[in-house]
Design a protein around this ligand. Structure first.
Ligand SMILES: NC(=O)c1ccc[n+]([C@@H]2O[C@H](COP(=O)([O-])OP(=O)(O)OC[C@H]3O[C@@H](n4cnc5c(N)ncnc54)[C@H](O)[C@@H]3O)[C@@H](O)[C@H]2O)c1
Ligand SMILES: [Zn+2]
Length: 541
């Protein structure tokens, strides 16, 4: 039997299990690993002993190995139903195929393996091992011969001979490597986007890897503090950090200079300095606010994005644009400040309302249209199932793919001198509709309508054919997104696009599609044509 390949990102990491022979250090490694993840630790042998109120040797004597294995299967079945747990199993747990499967279905499984000498030396300190008998070395060698293939089938091997701390680090590195990684190439400001499921628990480990030490300020909103913040705090504490949560109210109103100033007061009061790190835990609002604060506080301190909405994972957390709003305009006050890492845990999206998931997928459709035909096809294939389902492998793959697309554009044009305007697809008109209708549509819905108008403009200009418009519309509709201009006057939309009377006869610059993954940038569209197409895209037509 060959060692199992590392599990792909998207298999949700609910439980991390350790298997391996006696003496491999499962309990000690498990306990320390749990602390680093901010999770709880369960040792199945200890659970059995607690349940039976007698030592394992007694159970073997009275119930035999079969009776013990039966109890062990039941305990494993129940512990894998939970989440945020590290589970250490008994050395023989892998004998049961059902147990191996139950562990694998709950998350990554690691096989702690070490040479017999090391195992014997460790076991020697510990009496009461019922299976070793009179000749421990011979017994252990026989057990390993029988079981190694089963351990290999159960999990990924980890060298458990080094001291415990080093073994825990190996497991953490292996968990981290199971995420999909996208590099944002910006020279000295380059960083990774890591996408996984259940991987918010790796926050402390990832920050440690970045070289962060000491204080970590977690900026989040009050609801998300309850939902994810406490776990993040525990994961950070378990990795030796000193976390400081700072909460803001949920919603766009938090993106204000006043709120930024209040957050800065909290940082100053806590003695935060340039050696410390800010983590944005939340949607685009929290990301923009925290990024802005991180960008201006002491002229910029290290900043990590931990986005928890689909929009934030595929769009706002990437690219270093940060801002707060002004009474006169959204995002009027901001800086470019790149994060040092984007840690996207798609498992956090489980609690996101499905309307927000759909809205995020509108931006994914945009990425497919502007640069990535394969992503567009993935959305056609997997998109509808993703909505309302538990986040998993398909969603993680889509998030990583979108992140890669945005990363490519950002790398070409960090501060929006040109190519980044490709990202405006659907937004020229979409922003107008969003502003004109105010509140009735969420951003992604307005963008879906905006893309529909813009692809039809492209068609009218002879850049795109009818099939392109139809394929895009079909995808948007299967994702439950609107494609018709709602009850708002074209006048109001054009006003909101800041096309005053004088400019109505003129032209407006748009990025328009010629095919899937093929865009024409900077097309001058006559405003009267735009007006006509908006009218043609009404709900009644
Ligand atoms: N910087 C950029 O490049 C960029 C790009 C696009 C958008 N943005 C900005 O992003 C903001 C919109 O972001 P958004 O759509 O993420 O909205 P948001 O940040 O307001 O989040 C929406 C709501 O969902 C809640 N929420 C977040 N995660 C959740 C979860 N996992 N489960 C349940 N509820 C959750 C939040 O508490 C909030 O109430 C806007 O301010 C926009 O300007 C910035
Ligand atoms: Zn957008």
């Amino acid at each position: 039997v060959e060692a199992r390949a590392p599990r792909l990102a998207g298999d949700v990491m609910r439980v991390v299990a350790l298997v391996g022979p006696m003496g491999s250090g499962k309990t000690e490694v498990g306990r320390m690993l749990a602390r680093r993840l901010g999770w709880s630790f369960i040792d199945t042998d200890a659970e059995i002993v607690a349940g039976q109120r007698r030592p394992i040797a007694d159970i073997f004597r009275t119930d035999g190995e079969r009776g013990f294995r039966e109890m062990e299967r039941a305990v494993v079945r129940s512990v894998v139903r939970g989440r945020n747990r590290v589970v250490a199993t008994g050395g023989g747990a892998v004998l049961s195929a059902a147990t191996r499967r139950a562990l694998r279905d709950a998350g990554p499984v690691f096989w702690l393996t070490a040479p017999v000498d090391v195992l014997l030396q460790r076991v020697g300190k510990d009496a009461g091992r019922p299976l070793l008998g009179a000749d421990p070395r011979a017994s252990l060698e026989r057990l390993l011969r029988e079981r190694d293939a089963l351990y290999a089938d159960a999990g990924e091997p980890i060298d458990a001979a080094p001291p415990i701390g080093a073994v825990v680090d190996s497991v953490l590195r292996a968990l981290s490597a199971m995420q999909e990684t996208v590099r944002v190439d910006l020279g000295a400001r380059s960083y990774d986007i890591k996408v996984g499921a259940g991987t918010l628990a790796l926050l402390g480990h990832e920050l440690h890897t970045l070289g962060a030490r000491g204080r970590v300020v977690i900026i989040t909103d009050r609801g998300l503090m309850r939902r994810f913040g406490l776990r993040a705090v525990e994961a950070l504490e378990g990795c030796g950090f000193d976390p400081l949560p700072v909460t803001v109210p949920a919603g766009e109103r938090a993106k204000s200079l006043r709120r930024a100033s209040a957050v800065i007061d909290a940082l100053a009061a806590a003695g935060v300095n340039r050696a410390h790190t800010i983590v944005a835990l939340g949607g685009g609002v929290v990301g923009d606010l925290a990024g802005f604060v991180a960008g201006v506080f002491m002229r910029g301190i290290r900043f990590v994005q931990a986005p928890t909405t689909l929009l934030a994972q595929i769009d706002s957390s990437i690219g270093g644009k940060t801002a707060v709003n002004h009474d006169r305009a959204k995002n009027l006050i901001g800086v470019y400040h790149q994060p040092a890492l984007v840690l996207s845990d798609v498992d956090t999206l489980a609690s996101l309302p499905s309307r927000e998931v759909r809205a995020g997928l509108a931006e994914a459709v945009k990425y497919g249209m502007i640069l990535d035909p394969d992503l567009f096809a993935m959305l056609e294939r997997d998109g509808p199932q993703i909505i309302g389902a538990a986040p998993g492998r398909e969603l993680a793959a889509i998030v990583a793919r979108c992140a890669a697309t945005k990363a490519r554009v950002v790398a070409l044009d960090e501060i929006e001198r040109g190519p980044r305007e490709i990202l405006n697809y659907g937004h020229t008109v979409g922003h107008g509709i969003e502003a004109a209708i105010g509140g009735a549509l969420v951003h992604g819905e307005a963008i879906a309508i905006g893309m529909t108008v813009e692809v039809r403009v492209a068609q009218r200009l002879g850049l795109a054919d009818a099939a392109l418009h139809e394929r895009q519309t079909r995808l948007l509709e299967t994702l439950g997104l609107p494609t018709r201009v709602p009850q708002v006057s074209t006048e109001a939309v054009l006003d909101a696009m800041r096309l005053d009377k004088k400019r109505r006869e003129g032209r407006i610059r748009c990025s328009l599609p010629e095919g899937i993954g093929r865009m024409r940038l900077g097309v001058d569209v006559p405003v009267p044509l735009l007006e006509e197409v908006i009218d043609a895209c009404r709900e009644s037509s």
